[in-house]
Structure formats: structure tokens, C-alpha cells
Design a protein around this ligand. Structure first.
Ligand code: C2E
Ligand code: CA
Ligand code: CA
Length: 510
């Protein structure tokens, strides 16, 4: 009887093991990725700040030259030519200086007296202009700083070579560009027109607060992974170690949690759950009236295992249902052939749990059980413990009606320990109450328990329910219960639970 699809279970277990191994690695990688992004963002910003500071300093130097020359605008070039050249030699970043009049250069540090109409007039903020080059060095970008007062003006130019040097040296691993109005300069010294595109990783843009230019920093695509693979190998090793450890733990935890179920399924298939039989006698004549079937686990290594050690777990996993079915089949196979020799209907008590009342399988199991016996030779008694009452629902109502129609009897086990109401007893068509052995054990010892026992006996008489007393061990208990008209007695005084073959031998001797 295959209970579950084993390979499916195994693949689920493998998947859970894999998930517990991969989850820390994945989560850790995500955290490291975010951390790397943050680090790159900070680095790009710091680089941009540094470049901005450097350009500000260079422009301070360049603009100072224009400021000093501005008062000379309008004067004759021959008189001021020397002053223009002096600025070029004194200031490290200044490549040339010019004086303007009416938007035309009329004096230059390079050519002295010289006339050229200004072709570029689109200075950003009227001050700064980045151009591709001039007629002398057409391929070297120039940054021009201009100051104007009235018709006069002064200009100083900064060599693109210095600018691209800064971009290269400060940028190092970071990509950097200098943006002046609509034009920009890259670290290779190339002049570009139009706004520069954002960098794919950690794009950062800063504007100077002194001059109309900005700096953009960032990294090429894939830099985050490159950074992680160069900076985080020790952390990755740690992640892989944690992943492996968590996978191993996950694997063993699953094995631990699944193994008792697995072991019980194996035992079920190997028919290790066997019925033991305990005699129940008539209260008056003490003649055999029936048996209670009690489960034992015939474990190959542990020996005979008591039911209280495995029944709660079987109930928890739902395995109790196929286990009980197996017990009923074994009981029917053992006792069925003797049924023609039973005189009055022989009581066979089977313990059931709430798990059995979730569908109608129990009806089918009981029908199959009854079919193994001569008609009318037995009463099948289902024992339901009062400790764990079954909830009355439409389904259970129907279930018990069908069981009743089959002639199955119902007993409330461990009666007195729970709280079944009168209505409950009626609703489930209860036939027997089994007085819990704790009350029987107190006969002659504890007066309060004796009072409870007497009330139970009275209640049963009023409700016209048959009474069974469990755990009868002494003659005094037996006498007391017989005097109080308890219908059936069960206990070590009349016999302990014994294996099927032994019970059959005793039955035939009888
Ligand atoms: P229970 O249904 O109340 O069964 C009576 C228990 O009392 C049995 O214990 C029996 O051996 C024990 N007993 C009988 N006479 C005496 C006596 O004179 N003195 C003492 N001290 N004990 C006596 P067992 O067989 O160990 O079963 C324990 C419990 O395990 C059962 O209590 C029942 O709740 C559960 N159980 C046993 N077999 C099954 C089963 O097939 N299905 C289910 N669902 N539960 C079972
Ligand atoms: Ca019982
Ligand atoms: Ca009991």
C-alpha cells in the first residue's frame, strides 16, 4: 500500500535543502551588491567634488588674469602688450590673454597688435566658453574666461590639456567629464557638443558654485560586479561557507523531522502494528462478553512498544487511520473464522480517534470488518475517548447515522475525565460508557472519587446506557462494581492484553 509518492517527497526534500543553501548566498549577494553600489556612489561623488575643487582653483587663477587686464581695455596695444604677456608667464594655467573692444580682439599676448572679430559670442553666463580649439592649436580644447565692461573686455584662456589632465588623474578608475554649457570635455581631451549622457553606474553630477560649469562622474556598465569580484572575494567565500552550512543543517533538520513518520510508514507496510486482546467480562456472571483490541508495535529492534508512546504521534500525522484499518483487518482475519462458535453477540472494541471522523472511510472499514463475521455474531464497538471529543457537524452526524444503520455500537472511553454533555451522548447515539480506570482505582480509598463513580453509575442507569468499568485489578473493586450493577468489567483481574494467537487458544480452551 503506497502511502505517499516517495520520489515526490524526495524531490521536495532536495528542493528545500537547495533553497536553504541558496537563500543565504542569494540574500548575502544582494546585500553585497547594494553595498558595492553605495561604495561606488560615494566614490563617484568624492571624485566629482575633488575635480570641481581643482577646476575652481584653476579658474580662480585664470579669471584673476582677466580681472587684472580689464582696466587696460581700450588702451593702445603697444602700451599694454607686455602686461598681457606677463599674465601668461606668471600664471601657470593661463595660455593666452587678449583685450577686446566692441566684441573684437585688438591685442593678444601671442601676436601683439592683432585684429579678429569674436566668432563665439555664446559665453555661458557671459563668462565661460569651452571651444574645440583655435587657429593655432585646432585640436586642443580651450576654456575661455571673459570679463566685459562697456565696450571693453579682457579674456584669458585655459589650455584643455590641463583640464583633461585633471580629469584623468583625479578620475583614475572613475569616468569624469567637464561640462560647460552645451559643450563638454572628456578625460582623453576630446571636445564634444551637446549634453553628456549619464554614466550607467553611480552617475553623479555636481555644479560649481563659483563658475558656470559642472562635473559628471560615474562608472561604465558592469562596474558593480567588477568591483565586487575584486573587493569581496573573502566575503563571497564566507557566504558560500554559510550557504553550505545552512544547506547541511536544512538537510539534517528535514531528515530528523521526517524520519519518525517514515519509520512508522515502514512499520505499517511491514505489518508491525499488531492487535492485542483484553477480555471484557459480564459484571454479574464474570463470563466472557467480548474483547478490547489494543494496538502494539512489534518493533524489530525495540521489541514490543506501548501504544501511548506512538499513538499520539500517529494521531498527529493522520497515520492512525491506516494503522487502525490494518488492526481491524488483522482482527477480522483472526477472530472471523471463530464467529460461528460465538453464542451471544461477542463485543469487539476498537479505539478510534477524531481523525477517523473526517470522511466516510470508517463506514467502509466497519462494513468490511462485519462481513468477516457470521451475521449477528458480534457487536462492533467503536471507542471514542472523552478526552478528545468529536465536533458535531453535518458530516459527523451523517457518519454516525450510517454507522448506527450498520449496527455498529459507540462507547465513550475514559468517561468522567472529559465533559461530554447529555445532548452529546444522545446526538452520537452512544451505547456504552467506559468508566475511566482512575475512578475504579479509588474504590475503597478515596470517598470523593467513589461519589463521582456512584453519580456516573446513576447517570448511566437514567440514560439507559450500558456501563463498562476499566482497570479492575482487585476482588474488592470487582465486588463493588458488581453490587452497583455495572454491566461489564475489564482489567488485569480477568486478563491482561495478550497476542492474537494466545487469545484464540484461550478462547477455544474456554
Ligand atoms: P484505553 O483505550 O483506555 O485502553 C485501556 C488501557 O488500560 C490499555 O492500555 C490496557 O492495557 C490498560 N489496562 C487494562 N486493564 C488494566 C488494569 O487492570 N490496570 C491497569 N493499570 N491498566 C489496565 P494500553 O494497551 O497501554 O493502551 C493505552 C491507550 O492507548 C489506550 O487506552 C488507548 O487510548 C490507546 N490505544 C491503544 N490501542 C489503540 C488503538 O488501536 N487505537 C487508538 N486510537 N488508541 C489505542
Ligand atoms: Ca479503549
Ligand atoms: Ca480507557
Amino acid at each position: 500500500m503506497p502511502l505517499t509518492d516517495k520520489s515526490r517527497k524526495r524531490s521536495i526534500r532536495t528542493a528545500v535543502t537547495l533553497a536553504s543553501a541558496l537563500l543565504p548566498v542569494l540574500l548575502g549577494s544582494v546585500i553585497l551588491y547594494l553595498q558595492a553600489e553605495r561604495t561606488l556612489q560615494q566614490s563617484a561623488r568624492l571624485t566629482a567634488e575633488e575635480a570641481l575643487k581643482q577646476f575652481d582653483l584653476m579658474l580662480d587663477n585664470t579669471s584673476q588674469a582677466a580681472r587684472e587686464l580689464l582696466p587696460l581695455a581700450g588702451k593702445s596695444c603697444t602700451d599694454v602688450e607686455l602686461a598681457l604677456r606677463e599674465q601668461v608667464t606668471r600664471r601657470p594655467f593661463v595660455r593666452s590673454t587678449n583685450l577686446l573692444w566692441d566684441n573684437a580682439i585688438y591685442c593678444s599676448s601671442l601676436f601683439g597688435n592683432y585684429h579678429e572679430k569674436l566668432t563665439h559670442t555664446d559665453f555661458v553666463d557671459n563668462r565661460l566658453l569651452l571651444i574645440k580649439g583655435n587657429p593655432i592649436t585646432p585640436d586642443t580644447a580651450l576654456l575661455i574666461y571673459r570679463l566685459n565692461v562697456g565696450e571693453g573686455g579682457a579674456m584669458s584662456t585655459l589650455d584643455g590639456y590641463h583640464l583633461s589632465n585633471v580629469l584623468r588623474m583625479i578620475g583614475h578608475h572613475t569616468l569624469l567629464i567637464l561640462q560647460v554649457g552645451p559643450n563638454w570635455l572628456s578625460a582623453d581631451g576630446q571636445f564634444h557638443e551637446g549634453a553628456a549622457q549619464d554614466f550607467p553606474v553611480a552617475n553623479s553630477r555636481l555644479e560649481s558654485s563659483h563658475y558656470p560649469f559642472g562635473v559628471k562622474a560615474g562608472f561604465p556598465a558592469g562596474e558593480t560586479w567588477r568591483y565586487m569580484s575584486s573587493e569581496y572575494p573573502p566575503l563571497f567565500s564566507l557566504l558560500i561557507f554559510f550557504g553550505a552550512a545552512s544547506g547541511v543543517i536544512g538537510h539534517f533538520l528535514q531528515k530528523r523531522t521526517s524520519s519518525p513518520t517514515h519509520e512508522m510508514k515502514r512499520a505499517l507496510e511491514a505489518m508491525e502494528f499488531v492487535p492485542y486482546f483484553q477480555a471484557v467480562v459480564h459484571g454479574d456472571s464474570k463470563k466472557l462478553s467480548g474483547v478490547e483490541v489494543l494496538m502494539r508495535w512489534n518493533h524489530p529492534k525495540e521489541g514490543l512498544v506501548r501504544p501511548d508512546l506512538f499513538i499520539p504521534f500517529a494521531e498527529h500525522t493522520g497515520l492512525i487511520v491506516p494503522m487502525t484499518r490494518s488492526l481491524m483487518q488483522q482482527t477480522a482475519a483472526l477472530l472471523g473464522p471463530l464467529s460461528s462458535s460465538f453464542q451471544a453477540p461477542f463485543h469487539i472494541g476498537i479505539n478510534i480517534t477524531a481523525n477517523h471522523c473526517q470522511n466516510f472511510d470508517l463506514v467502509q472499514d466497519c462494513r468490511a470488518f462485519l462481513e468477516a463475521f457470521a451475521p449477528g455474531s458480534i457487536y462492533l464497538v467503536l471507542e471514542l475517548t472523552e478526552r478528545e471529543l468529536i465536533e458535531p457537524t453535518a458530516l459527523t452526524h451523517q457518519l454516525f447515522e450510517q454507522l448506527h444503520d450498520l449496527g455498529v455500537k459507540i462507547a465513550i472511553d475514559d468517561f468522567g475525565t472529559g465533559h461530554s454533555s447529555l445532548g452529546y451522548l444522545r446526538q452520537f447515539n452512544v451505547d456504552f460508557l467506559k468508566i475511566d480506570q482512575s475512578f475504579v482505582a479509588m474504590i475503597g480509598i478515596d470517598t470523593l472519587s467513589s461519589h463521582i463513580l456512584e453519580s456516573i453509575i446513576e447517570l448511566a442507569a437514567k440514560l439507559e446506557l450500558a456501563l463498562v468499568a476499566e482497570g479492575v485489578e482487585t476482588q474488592a473493586q470487582s465486588d463493588y462494581l458488581s453490587e452497583h450493577n455495572v454491566n461489564f468489567l475489564q482489567g488485569y483481574l480477568y486478563g491482561r492484553p495478550i497476542p492474537g494467537t494466545e487469545f484464540i487458544n484461550a478462547l477455544s480452551d474456554h
